[in-house]
Design a protein. Structure first.
Length: 167
């Protein structure tokens, strides 16, 4: 499929219209919005000017985007490593990410344990392959080895109260 180029790549009104349309669906980081508009064939300098205007109006905010993104990924039971990597790819600074993690006050162990319980209802027992499979599952979700070890031992020992789920 051939993408249509905009009639006037430097038309700031058209750029603003399309950017606001994207922002009306969900929050976007500044870098993400810039990239999407450039992929649609708009001039990068014109896009940068429009994005600055949107920031001045508070229609685009990396602060809001970061908080929203972190909450969304936590609800999907994703771990801190994966969330941090995804936000970094979207142009969010690491100190901003850490500040938002602190504000959310997430119990990453409980989140890992809940993800494990939802996926695998019963302990792995003595099956080493199954145990490794579950560890890979949590690692792919972005949990640290400490979170994985604690979640696995809680499930194997039965010490975690699964009725106190986060979500």
């Amino acid at each position: 499929m051939v993408k249509r180029q905009p009639p006037e790549p430097a038309d700031e009104k058209e750029i603003e219209l399309r950017a606001v349309n994207l922002l009306s669906r969900r929050e976007h980081s500044k870098v993400e919005l810039q990239r999407k508009m450039e992929q649609r064939g708009f001039d990068s300098k014109a896009v940068a000017r429009v994005i600055e205007l949107l920031i001045e109006r508070n229609w685009q905010s990396d602060e809001r985007f970061t908080g929203s993104y972190i909450r969304h990924r936590i609800m999907q039971r994703q771990g801190p490593i994966k969330i941090r990597a995804e936000l970094t790819m979207r142009g969010i600074q690491s100190d901003d990410i850490e500040r938002h993690f602190e504000e959310e006050q997430v119990d990453w162990f409980a989140l890992a344990a809940e993800a494990l319980q939802r996926k695998f209802r019963v302990p792995a027992g003595d099956d080493r392959k199954e145990y490794a499979r579950r560890q890979r599952f949590l690692a792919s979700r972005g949990f640290t080895m400490e979170h994985i070890r604690r979640a696995m031992s809680a499930m194997e020992s039965g010490e975690h109260d699964w009725n106190d789920a986060m979500f």
